[in-house]
Design a protein around this ligand. Structure first.
Ligand code: PLP
Ligand code: COI
Length: 359
C-alpha cells in the first residue's frame, strides 16, 4: 500500500542564518526542523490525509485516549549526510517493522511499512537543509497516538501518525567518553507478557523514577534487572548493552523483555562478520561485578540509535561501585563504533544492504 502525500511547505520557515546558528549548538532533541509528516486513521477511511506540512501544535480534545491510557508507540532513526552531499537512512525497514509489531502489541492500527518509510523520506527531503554535517545527524521521531475521544478502556478507533525531526549531536554530553551506569535494584522495567519489547511511551514513563535515581547518584543511565529474580541484566533506560570478554567474545542479553534494538542487531552482525563469537545469553549483575574484578570482562558498552555505541566506564549500585577497563573506553567498543558509523555515513561498504539513499 502507498499513499500520496500532499506537500504544503512551511509559509514561514526558519531563516538560513537562524538555522545555521541553531545548528552550531546541537545537543540532543532540543531543536526541530520546519516540517512534520502527519497521517490520520479511522475505521471508515483507514489511513488517509497524508501530509507534509509546517511543524505546528496539535489540537487535541482533552478526552483523547492517549492522554489517559497512553496508547502510543514511537520510533527513533537517523538520517546521515554523506561526504558527497547525499543523505542516507540506516535500516528504516527495520524501524518500520518494529513500529508495526509495536502497534499490534498495543492494539493499534498497524501502519503499512511502505507508508512509514515514505513519510520519513518525504520529511527528510523537505528538511534536508537541517541535516548537520560532521558527526551530527537528523534524528527522526515517528510516533502514533490514540486519538479517539472516549474515556472507556478499549483500543481507540482513531489514530494520528506523525514524524518530527531534530538535528542532533551526541546523546551524552561527553560524546563517546565512557558513561556511568546505575543498577536499579528496586525498580524493574518489564515482565514476561508485558510491553518490554515495544517502543511505547509507557515503558519510558515507568523508567523515569529509576533514571532520576541514577542521576541522583551521578550516573548517566540506569540499567534494569529482570523482574522475577532481580539478577539478570536486561538493558538501559534507552539503550541495549554488550559485554566484551578476555577471549575476544561478546555477549548481550537475549530478546524477550528487552527492546529488540536495531543497533544491537547490527553490532551482532558486524562482530560475526569479523569472526567474533557473540552470545545472546543471560548474565547476572553479580557475575558482571566478579568478571570486572578478575579481568575476565574487558569492556562493556551501551548501544542505540541515540547513543550509537557508548563505552561504560563505571557501574554504581546500592551494593557498591566498580570500574570497567579502569574506567576508560576500550578498543572493541570504539572499533565497532567506527565500523558502524562508517557504514551509516557511507564511508565504508554496506555488505548487509542497510543503507537507503534518500538523496
Ligand atoms: N532499548 C531501549 C529501551 C531504547 O529506548 C532503545 C532506543 O531506541 C534501544 C534499546 C536501542 O534501540 P535501537 O538500536 O533500535 O535504537
Ligand atoms: C533512540 O535511541 O532512538 C531512543 O529512542 C532512545 C532515547 C534514549 C532517545
Amino acid at each position: 500500500m502507498s499513499l500520496k502525500f500532499e506537500i504544503q511547505p512551511a509559509a514561514n520557515p526558519v531563516s538560513e542564518q537562524e538555522r545555521a546558528a541553531r545548528l552550531m549548538d546541537l545537543g540532543f532533541g532540543q531543536i526541530f526542523t520546519d516540517h512534520m509528516a502527519v497521517l490520520h486513521y479511522d475505521l471508515a477511511k483507514g489511513w488517509h490525509g497524508a501530509r507534509i506540512e509546517s511543524r505546528a501544535n496539535f489540537s487535541l480534545d482533552p478526552a483523547v485516549a492517549v492522554l489517559h491510557y497512553a496508547q502510543e508507540v514511537f520510533e527513533g532513526l537517523k538520517a546521515y549526510r554523506r561526504d558527497d552531499g547525499g543523505v542516507n537512512l540506516f535500516r528504516p525497514d527495520a524501524n518500520a517493522r518494529r513500529f508495526r509489531d509495536g502497534a499490534e502489541r498495543m492494539a493499534m492500527a498497524p501502519l503499512p511499512e511502505p507508508v512509514f518509510i515514505e513519510a520519513i523520506e518525504q520529511l527528510v527531503r523537505i528538511d534536508r537543509a537541517w541535516i548537520p554535517g560532521g558527526e551530527g545527524s537528523l534524528y527522526l521521531r515517528p510516533f502514533m497516538i490514540a486519538s479517539e475521544i472516549f474515556l472507556g478502556v478499549k483500543p481507540s478507533a482513531e489514530y494520528i501518525f506523525a514524524v518530527i525531526a531534530s538535528p542532533v549531536g551526541s546523546y551524552f554530553k561527553g560524546g563517546p567518553a565512557p558513561v556511568s551506569i546505575w543498577v536499579s535494584e528496586h525498580y524493574t522495567r518489564a515482565a514476561v507478557g508485558g510491553t518490554g519489547a515495544v517502543k511505547c511511551g509507557g515503558n519510558y514513563a515507568a523508567s523515569l523514577r529509576a533514571q532520576a535515581e541514577a542521576m541522583d547518584h551521578g550516573c548517566d543511565q540506569v540499567v534494569f534487572l529482570d523482574a522475577v529474580e532481580r539478577r539478570y541484566i536486561e538493558e538501559l533506560g534507552g539503550m541495549n548493552i554488550f559485554f566484551v570478554f578476555d577471549d575476544g567474545s561478546l555477549a548481550t542479553p537475549p530478546l524477550g523483555t528487552i527492546l529488540p534494538g536495531i543497533t544491537r542487531d547490527s553490532i551482532i552482525a558486524l562482530a560475526r562478520d569479523s569472526g567474533t563469537r557473540v552470545r545472546e545469553e543471560l548474565y547476572t549483575v553479580e557475575q558482571w561485578r566478579a568478571d570486572a574484578a578478575s579481568g575476565k570482562l574487558k569492556e562493556a558498552f551501551a548501544c542505540g540509535t541515540a547513543a550509537v555505541i557508548s563505552p561504560i566506564g563505571k557501574v554504581r549500585s546500592a551494593s557498591g561501585d566498580f570500574l570497567i577497563n579502569g574506567g576508560a573506553a576500550g578498543p572493541v567498543a570504539m572499533g565497532l563504533r567506527k565500523k558502524l558509523v562508517d557504514i551509516q555515513y557511507g564511508r565504508a561498504p554496506d555488505p548487509h544492504d542497510w543503507i537507503r539513499k534518500v538523496l
